[in-house]
Design a protein around this ligand. Structure first.
Ligand SMILES: Cc1cc2nc3c(=O)[nH]c(=O)nc-3n(C[C@H](O)[C@H](O)[C@H](O)COP(=O)(O)OP(=O)(O)OC[C@H]3O[C@@H](n4cnc5c(N)ncnc54)[C@H](O)[C@@H]3O)c2cc1C
Ligand SMILES: Cc1ncc(C[n+]2csc(CCOP(=O)(O)OP(=O)(O)O)c2C)c(N)n1
Ligand SMILES: [Mg+2]
Length: 499
């Protein structure tokens, strides 16, 4: 995807978001005329210099004859290795010149863009040996699976050796949620069973994930008894956050296509049983089972999942609602969750959903956004209306910057500061922007509101008024051991409900 912008107006936040989350984008910006560069001309800014830390590469094109070659290079760099953003800045006079277009046929060969390596056969044999010797193996499924298109190969490996799978936030959908070996998300707000499994495992097989601190908890005590295999396209990620026993550099799909034939069928049944028992323990505390008048955010998100039959592309924003989406919207298809993971950029969801709606006309597009996050880019409602973007926007309104409130409650002695927030009347605001707005206060109203939203071609907003003080459980405090999880307290409402 490319986006033309005026260089001096470009915010680096979008680029940093793409850089952190391995998103290939090429951003074309307009510069002041070449003769004026360096004169502090009106709206001049050295954008190609300013974005160096948040791009894979940036260009300032000073000759019209270089444009075609530069754009070709930019796309190649954005897509290569670990994908990421590239910026191409073009002065106004260079943009206005005319030349005959000639496609640059030469392949892109530049320093720093190495061809992806083929895995070493000895490494594949070592990996196969480790997998077949393991009694408690576990697959860490990351975003690299989606980038590489390796879902089929990961599932094949898991099924061959009966290996349970946990995924990172950005790896959601890489393996269908409904697959029996898929145990759920790992990390700070991951499943109790998954984090326990990682800590207890005797072998971790990391597939296209980079051991982010939200994933590992305390790196010093991370999965202490396991051998670790890391399959990764970017050599600099191997041994960066977690020391591994075997790093295999290469494209994940290519590696697994060569590794899987070396694996014989394994059972690991006892290990799987242990995980299923851990899963049962957390089901008992699941907020979905509570009977209450108040609507909980988790229930709203769960019901969006069931009403859309799990078939939507969801774009979530940042905060509690983002974590609840990860836990309760079960993705069965690759590339059906878009979210800002590494930078956690509030305001991401609405503009990203408009973009997704241009490309995926075949799918329902749902935004799941908090009342804080929507405020960051709410003006894009005008764009959604103008473009008649077929998106449904679920605002999870808890009246708080909920994730920050949760940290103030748990780790800052309940000293709440600047976290209760006011907001507009979202139904009236929708009317003002020219789209349909609905409000849901009770669980029983969810189904008809979703059906009404889906019956309208174009943008619709639903405000869900939810319990204000709920928290996302489980939670691993920053720096705590991964299996040192804070669980949802069991209270009366659980005992009254049918379980
Ligand atoms: C409020 C908040 C809470 C969060 N809590 C959690 C949490 O509880 N759990 C969680 O998992 N995350 C959580 N995150 C997200 C977290 O910060 C990271 O963004 C996420 O864990 C990164 O996932 P990843 O490593 O799979 O993806 P990326 O960061 O995109 O890394 C992908 C890796 O795959 C590699 N790769 C790319 N292409 C290929 C290829 N073709 N072949 C092989 N390798 C390839 C890349 O080089 C890179 O190392 C949270 C984020 C926020 C904002
Ligand atoms: C641009 C930006 N500013 C601040 C933060 C810090 N932050 C993370 S989550 C959050 C609260 C989000 O509130 P809301 O959108 O209402 O979601 P909730 O947690 O209530 O579901 C904040 C302020 C951030 N991630 N991004
Ligand atoms: Mg909120």
């Amino acid at each position: 995807m490319s986006m033309p912008v005026e260089g001096s107006m470009l915010s680096s936040t979008g680029l940093a978001t793409a850089m952190m989350d391995s998103s290939p984008i090429v951003c074309i910006t307009g510069q002041v005329p070449s003769a004026a560069i360096g004169s502090d001309a009106f709206q001049e800014m050295d954008i190609s210099g300013a974005v160096i830390p948040v791009t894979k590469h940036s260009y300032l094109v000073m000759d019209v004859n270089d444009i075609a070659k530069t754009i070709k290079e930019a796309f190649a760099i954005a897509r290569s290795g670990r994908p990421g953003p590239v910026l191409v800045d073009i002065p106004k006079d260079i943009q206005a010149q005319k030349i005959e277009f000639k496609y640059p046929e030469e392949p892109v060969l530049i320093p720093g863009l190495p061809p992806i390596q083929n895995p070493e056969i000895e490494d594949l044999e070592k990996a196969a040996k480790l997998i077949m010797a393991a009694k408690k193996p576990f697959i860490l499924a990351g975003h690299g699976i989606l980038i590489s298109g390796a879902s089929k190969e990961v599932i094949q490996l898991a099924e061959l050796a009966n290996i349970p799978i946990g995924w990172t936030l950005l790896g959601s959908g890489a393996v269908p949620s409904s697959h029996p070996l898929n145990m759920g998300m790992m990390g700070m707000h991951g499943e109790f069973s998954v984090n326990n499994a990682i800590q207890e495992a005797d072998l971790l097989i990391a597939c296209g994930m980079r051991f982010d601190d939200r994933v590992t908890g305390n790196a010093a005590t991370y999965s202490p008894n396991s051998k670790k295999i890391h399959i990764e396209v970017d050599p600099s990620e191997i041994n960066k956050n977690i020391k591994v026993d075997l790093g295999i550099i290469g494209d994940l799909r290519t590696v697994l296509k060569q590794l899987n034939p070396l694996i014989n069928q394994q059972s690991n049944n006892q290990w799987i049983e242990t995980l299923i028992n851990w899963q049962k323990q957390s089901t008992q505390r699941d907020i979905i089972n509570i009977k209450t008048e108040t609507l909980y955010a988790a229930q709203a998100i769960h019901d969006i999942w069931s009403e859309t039959k799990g078939d939507a592309i969801v774009i979530s924003d940042v905060g509690q609602h983002q974590m609840l989406e990860a836990q309760y919207y079960k993705h069965d298809e690759p590339n059906t969750l878009l979210t800002s993971g590494g930078l956690g950029t509030m305001g991401f969801s609405l503009p990203a959903a408009i973009g997704a709606s241009f490309y995926r006309k075949d799918k329902q597009i749902w935004v799941i956004v908090g009342d804080g996050s929507i405020q960051m880019t709410i003006t894009e409602l005008a764009t959604a209306v103008q473009e008649n973007a077929n998106i449904k926007i679920a605002i999870i309104n808890n009246g708080y910057l909920g994730m920050v409130r949760q940290w103030q409650q748990l780790f800052y002695d309940e000293r709440y500061k600047e976290t209760p927030i006011s907001g507009p009347d979202y139904v009236k605001l929708s009317e003002a922007y020219g789209l349909k707005g609905l409000r849901v206060k009770k669980r029983s109203e969810i189904s008809s509101a979703i059906q009404e939203a889906e019956s309208i071609q174009g943008p619709v907003l639903i405000e869900f008024i939810v319990e204000q003080h709920d928290m996302v459980y489980p939670m691993v405090a920053t720096g705590a051991d991964l299996n040192d999880m804070i669980s949802r307290p069991i209270h009366n409402q659980f005992q009254e409900s049918e379980m």
